[in-house]
Design a protein around this ligand. Structure first.
Ligand code: M6R
Length: 364
């Protein structure tokens, strides 16, 4: 039931504050200021390498998690799209942890990768939204997202719930590896707890996004730029736009622009820049200025501070709440989802059932 919403996708975008809160509830103990995972008799402190495998949007959640695992826990992470994983004959060290991320828990390539890793003696952890799925059943450690059924083919709420679980996992790993003091853990938990309200604040900008979506509709190509954990968010923004509006879009690490893609820039190629305030802001903005100097039309997604500093001369700006860099990827998921949604609605495409796509890809 879509309730009062025109599409399942829009309903699911708006459910995010609630389902992220629900998901966090099973991974944090707010009063103790600690994260808590289900116990599975495997010592996370013994992990020296994590291998992450997933497809599509779930893969982008994994890319964000790579930044977190490495930054907080100092554990090196290998990550692959599932369709590449087995065929490159990955080196899986004994005693390693392999992590599979999937909304459905049934994606054929991801499931085949899981079975391969298992046959190589890896401990198998999964982040899944369907607790009865094949991946859930075959895992040693099942970390459920509590997003509820996701009907729209474009993944939205499952993605932000995956990020919530992965942030908790990264924190737990960091603690068990002795990389976090109790106070640091408390601080991270407090920031995670701010996510649902920040998602609400982000959703409050839906009208602004609907009002500027027409600027993107005529484009044939769109670029998304971000840095650090917001680089995967640029990839996710581009995927959302491609899959439901059929506009060609690419995500790039902002610093890569000058190594090729900047040649594409003219005033017909909108460039959407994800630049939350934080340690990478200045660098991202300087890449944005390089685009602007070549006549590029920019949509800056940032907070009030970032927009005040760098918004001048942009074709449009989208304001997000001021958040800690840890939860920025969750919050910045909202504007890229809403932008894709409103562009698709203006173009009249089938938002919930885009052409050529299925909700669950059960062939390799
Ligand atoms: O069910 P899964 O998370 O394993 O699905 C993976 C991808 O097929 C999925 O994320 C796909 O990319 C979405 N349509 C993106 O919105």
């Amino acid at each position: 039931d879509k309730g009062n919403y025109a599409h399942f996708m829009l309903k699911e975008i708006f459910e995010q504050p609630i389902v992220v809160a629900q998901t966090l509830q099973s991974y944090v103990r707010p009063f103790e200021g600690q994260v808590a995972l289900p116990d599975f008799g495997f010592d996370l402190a013994s992990i020296n390498r994590v291998t992450i495998v997933a497809c599509g949007t779930s893969y982008y959640a994994g890319l964000v998690a790579k930044y977190w695992f490495e930054q907080f826990a100092r554990v090196p992470v290998d990550i692959d799209v599932a369709s590449e994983f087995r065929y490159r004959e990955p080196v899986l060290e004994k005693g390693g942890l392999s992590l599979f991320i999937s909304q459905s828990g049934e994606t054929a390539d991801t499931l085949a990768a899981l079975r391969h890793a298992k046959s190589e003696g890896q401990t198998i952890a999964v982040v899944v939204n369907v607790p009865t799925s094949s991946m859930a059943r075959e895992a040693d450690l099942m970390l459920p997202t509590h997003a509820g059924p996701e009907i729209g083919v474009a993944s939205t709420k499952a993605f932000t719930c995956q990020l919530a679980v992965l942030a908790a996992l990264a924190t737990n790993l960091a603690r068990d590896k002795g990389r976090l003091t109790a106070d640091e853990e408390k601080e991270i938990v407090a920031h995670l707890q701010e996510a649902p309200q920040a998602l609400n604040d982000a959703l409050a900008h839906d009208d602004d996004i609907a009002a500027m979506a027409h600027l993107i509709v005529p484009a044939r190509d769109v670029l998304y730029l971000g840095r650090g954990p917001d680089y995967p968010m640029a990839l996710e923004g581009a995927l959302k736009l491609k899959e439901i509006s059929y506009i060609h879009a690419e995500g790039y690490a902002a610093g890569e622009m000058k190594h090729g893609p900047i040649a594409l820039i003219d005033d017909n190629v909108p460039v959407i820049v994800l630049a939350p305030s934080g340690p990478l802001f200045e660098k991202t903005v300087s890449n944005m200025q390089e685009v602007r100097a070549r006549g590029g039309k920019i949509v800056l997604i940032s907070d009030a501070h970032g927009i005040a500093e760098a918004g001048e001369g942009c074709m449009a700006t989208i304001e997000m709440p001021q958040v800690h860099p840890l939860i920025a990827p969750l919050v910045y998921a909202v504007p890229v989802q809403l932008l894709a949604y409103h562009v698709a609605v203006l173009k009249g495409t089938d938002v919930d059932q885009p052409r050529n796509l299925a909700k669950s890809v059960t062939v390799e």
